[in-house]
Design a protein around this ligand. Structure first.
Ligand code: NI
Length: 131
């Protein structure tokens, strides 16, 4: 256990690859992940789990077969299990994802974007930072 809070901004600044969520915290059987999005992902479905998107910066569109969900900074949306979706970001988006451990980012579809979530390596504290 640590007594250090996670700084979302610092954690986001420590990586720049898109569509590659990083695990930053765990609670019960869930993982809290940070991700950056740019461009269009792929249509996919998670048959066994809901998926929470909380936008931290930028504008994210979650395309559903029934219409688009428009999210901006400070807004969240939960894609229900079994609902096909495809996120798209015209400009860079930073977001928090919450979902059960081990969820595959592309759901039922295998593509070059498929990957398991890596643990984020915490950047060392910068000298002079107040703790
Ligand atoms: Ni998904």
């Amino acid at each position: 256990m640590t007594n250090q809070p996670l700084d979302i901004g610092n954690a986001l600044a420590s990586f720049d690859d898109y569509w590659s969520p990083k695990v930053v915290a765990r609670l019960n059987d869930y993982e809290v992940k940070l991700a950056k999005f740019m461009g269009e992902f792929i249509w996919h479905t998670h048959d066994d789990t809901d998926e929470l998107f909380l936008v931290v910066a930028g504008n994210l569109v979650i395309q559903l077969r029934t219409g688009d969900v428009q999210l901006t900074s400070g807004q969240l949306y939960v894609v229900p299990r079994g609902v096909e979706h495809c996120p798209i970001a015209d400009d860079e988006v930073s977001a928090i994802l919450i979902e059960p451990s081990g969820v595959i980012n592309t759901g039922d579809v295998v593509s070059e974007l498929t990957g398991s979530s890596a643990e984020l390596r915490q950047a060392p504290t910068v000298d002079g930072d107040e703790l």
